[in-house]
Design a protein around this ligand. Structure first.
Ligand code: PAP
Length: 333
C-alpha cells in the first residue's frame, strides 16, 4: 500500500460497533476488499463497512420519520454538503432574515446542522435525541432508496425526500481527493487505478453508483409530490431556478417580495463554496463525527475529471453508466 502513515479511519469504516446478530449476518454476506484493503459487505445489493451496516440496520429498525421531516439523500461526493446548506437556509430563512450575522452556517459546518442518520445519529445509539434539532427536522443519508424505505414506510404519511447526484466521473474524482484528504496522505497512481477498478465494479461504500441513482430516479418518477431529484451540475448551471424549485417542493416558495429584495441571491451567496470554505469553522476543526471540516470543500467544478481520468477511463465510465441506466430515462451527459 502506498499510504505513508497509518490512515485516520473514520468510525463508519471500522468494525468495532457491531452486535453479535449483525456479526452473524455479516458472516453470511458476500464480501470484497475495498481499494485500500478494508472489508466491504454486500447487504441487499449495497456495499457497506461493518459499522455502517450496523447503523443502517438500526435506522431501519428504530427511525420513524414524521411527515414534517425532510430527508436529504445522496451518494458520497454527490453534492451532499451543498444540498445541506441550501435546504437548511431555505427552510429556516425566516429566522435569520433580520440578522444574517447569527446564521448558524457562519459558525457550524453544514454536516453538523443536518446530521446523517446512519453516520451520526444511529451510529452510536438506537434512540438518539432528535429533539435538539430545529423543526422541521432535516436529516441526511447516503442509504439507497430501498434501504431507506425500510424506515420510511413505518411513518403514517410520507415525508419529503430530496436527492442530489453528480455525474460518475466528477463524483469519482471528488471521492479520490476526499480519500487523500481524509487519510492525510497523497496516494499514488496505483491506488488511483485500484479505486477506478472498484468504482467500475460498483464495489464501494453505498455502491454501485448506478443502483443508487436509479433507486431515487425511479422513486421521483413514482411520487413527484414527495421526491425531488436534483443534479449538482444543474445547480451550478442555473442556481436561481434550482433553489426556487427546491423551495417550492418543500412548500416554502419564495414570495414576490423575497424575490425582489434579493433573498434568493443572499442564500446562494451564503451557501456558495467560496463563502463556506473561507469560514473559520470550515478551515479548521472537525465535524461531530470527527471528520476535518475542510475536506468537504475543494474546487466544486463540473468537468474536473478531465484533469485526472485518461480518455480510456472516461470512456469506460460513460459506457458503464449508459448501459446500466438504459431504458430508465435518466441520462448523464
Ligand atoms: P459528502 O457526500 O462527503 O458530504 P459532498 O459534499 O457530496 O461530500 O461532495 C464534496 C464535493 O462538493 C466537493 O467537490 P470537488 O471535490 O469536485 O471540489 C466540494 O468541493 C463540493 N462542494 C462542497 N460544498 C459546496 C458548495 N457549497 N457549493 C458547491 N460545491 C460544493
Amino acid at each position: 500500500m502506498e499510504v505513508s502513515q497509518e490512515p485516520q479511519l473514520p468510525n463508519y469504516m471500522k468494525d468495532d460497533h457491531v452486535s453479535q446478530e449483525t456479526e452473524n449476518l455479516i458472516a453470511s454476506l458476500p464480501s470484497e476488499k475495498d481499494f485500500m484493503g478494508y472489508g466491504l459487505y454486500n447487504y441487499k445489493g449495497c456495499w457497506y463497512y461493518p459499522n455502517t451496516l450496523q447503523a443502517v440496520l438500526d435506522v431501519q429498525k428504530h427511525f420513524k420519520p414524521r411527515d414534517t421531516d425532510i430527508i436529504l439523500a445522496s451518494l458520497p461526493k454527490g453534492g451532499t454538503t451543498w444540498l445541506k446548506s441550501l435546504v437548511f437556509s431555505v427552510v429556516h430563512r425566516e429566522k435569520y432574515q433580520e440578522n444574517q450575522q447569527i446564521h448558524p452556517l457562519l459558525s457550524q459546518n453544514p454536516h453538523d446542522l443536518v446530521p446523517f442518520l446512519e453516520l451520526e445519529l444511529y451510529a452510536n445509539s438506537q434512540t438518539p435525541d432528535l429533539t435538539k434539532f430545529p423543526s422541521p427536522m432535516i436529516f441526511s443519508t447516503h442509504m439507497h432508496l430501498q434501504a431507506l424505505r425500510e424506515a420510511t414506510t413505518k411513518a403514517s404519511s410520507p415525508c419529503k425526500i430530496v436527492y442530489v447526484c453528480r455525474g460518475i466521473k466528477d463524483t469519482f474524482v471528488s471521492g479520490w481527493h476526499y480519500r487523500n484528504m481524509l487519510h492525510r496522505s497523497k496516494m499514488g497512481q496505483a491506488t488511483f487505478e485500484l479505486m477506478f477498478d472498484a468504482y467500475c465494479r460498483g464495489v464501494l461504500l453505498y455502491g454501485p453508483y448506478w443502483e443508487h441513482v436509479l433507486s431515487y430516479w425511479n422513486g421521483s418518477l413514482e411520487d413527484k409530490e414527495n421526491f425531488l431529484f436534483m443534479r449538482y451540475e444543474e445547480i451550478i448551471e442555473e442556481p436561481r431556478v434550482q433553489i426556487k424549485r427546491l423551495a417550492e417542493f418543500l412548500n416554502c416558495p419564495f414570495t414576490e417580495e423575497e424575490e425582489e429584495n434579493g433573498s434568493v441571491e443572499e442564500i446562494l451567496k451564503l451557501c456558495s463554496l467560496r463563502n463556506l470554505s473561507n469560514l473559520e469553522v470550515n478551515k479548521k476543526g472537525t465535524t461531530r463525527i470527527g471528520i476535518d471540516t475542510q475536506v468537504f470543500f475543494r474546487k466544486g467544478e463540473v468537468g474536473d475529471w478531465k484533469n485526472h481520468l485518461t480518455p480510456h477511463m472516461a470512456k469506460t465510465f460513460d459506457e458503464i453508466v449508459e448501459h446500466r441506466l438504459r431504458g430508465s430515462g435518466l441520462i448523464f451527459q
